[in-house]
Design a protein around this ligand. Sequence first.
Ligand code: GLN
Length: 504
Amino acid sequence: MTADQVKEFGIDAVRNAIAERRISASALAGEFFARIEKEDAEIGAFLTLSEERARAQAARIDEMAEAGEELPALAGVPIAIKDVMVTRGVRTTAGSKMLDNFVPPYDCTAVVRLEAAGAVVLGKLNCDEFAMGSSTENSAYRPVRNPRDKKRVPGGSSGGSAAAVAAGMAVATLGSDTGGSIRQPASFCGVVGLKPTYGRVSRYGLIAFASSLDHIGPLTNTVKDAALVLRTIAGRDAMDATSADVPVPDYVSELERPLNAVRDKASGGSRSGNSNAGDARGNGPLRVGMAKEYFGAGLDAEVRSAVEAAIQKLASLGCEIVPVSLPHTEYAIPAYYIVATAEASANLARYDGVRYGFRARGARTLGEMYRQTRDGGFGMEVKRRIMLGTYALSAGYYDAYYLKAQKVRTLLTRDFDEAFNKVDVIAAPTAPTAAFKLGEKVDDPLAMYLADIYTVTANLAGIPGISVPCGETREGLPIGLQIFGRHFDEATVLRVAHAYEQSR
Ligand code: GLN
């Protein structure tokens, strides 16, 4: 089996090929490293390779296969991890000079779970500095190029995670999504990206950006592979008090249930009081909400027609399309950029030259050392956000900005709760445009922030969302269909995305 076939066949095919000893995990890892060597000079998806760790894991899997043991679900599957998740003994930078020499002493829970399921970690993936950005141009190392058009960005901040899958340099990757950073790059690179419900996947070992908005999730070639990875990493973790103790359904076996059958009985359910999942259950076709707020000014015409066609396709698969309203959507971007920067300003206070990574040399006082370290270690966008967030939290402005943003957040969450009384999922574009050109928005932070207009709402409300490819522009750039679901109902989100994907 070659790397190209792997891209076509996905996780199950890899595992089976290894179990049947048609290929060894070690040989496959070798093929992927060779491919990275060849392709990645131009793309820039990887910051660090973990060859030793990969080879040791692959050898373990090969021993199991030789002994005829039952292989775990991700046995021998080559994966890679966004460099905001810590990996024991493997440099972890968060795309920042601040952590250029940081080698963590422990592993992120999601990575532990993937390796326990047999996955082979090839390395760490480029991203915007501390996951702040929408194009991966804020990486302190180098921008990532979109494998579908190398003059264009791959999206961000998980640009390396999306590009690695799109270029066949990993079968699956992990990304993080604080305001869209899994879904938007998935859409730009033509792959699948899933942001789960807040609390579904442990954040232990995820370098914090905005703790109430941060999520870990998979980027893959297919919806089924996303379901397999989510099933592996989801569930309560004693190391993260915000990880939820909600049963994890078998997302994979749920995928094949038809959309026009009985709604939803076996899916994840809802935390009581959080959404109104119970009310909408019953018999009948799955109801897909369409909110006019996601199809207004600023939406590119080609993206609009591709997404509308995808929704029509869902209708032809037996879904009922229902208009819904999410009236506070217009306030999502300002609310997000207050909450996210406020939390970031607090989270990034720890980078002071004492505890981790970079320390400026030659300072004469402690205060000078702090200032010079933070000035030299952080890039422009990170500094801008620390300043914005510190301002929003300062005495005298707290009520006007932070508290107000939190109230808007509640209204946005209620919008979704009400919509989910009427529908089972909501379909929308993932991003207002296809991938833009490198350099196009770097000098205009506001234009960059608007790239997240359709994704930040799910982070503010904590609901799951997936981006699945739904066509291309005339120039051949991928377009993404986004599907939102109720809290903890990833099963339905995945099922709808899978049915759509299979129908194309
Ligand atoms: N692009 C958004 C931002 O810059 C989202 C980032 C993310 O999801 N990590 O904040």
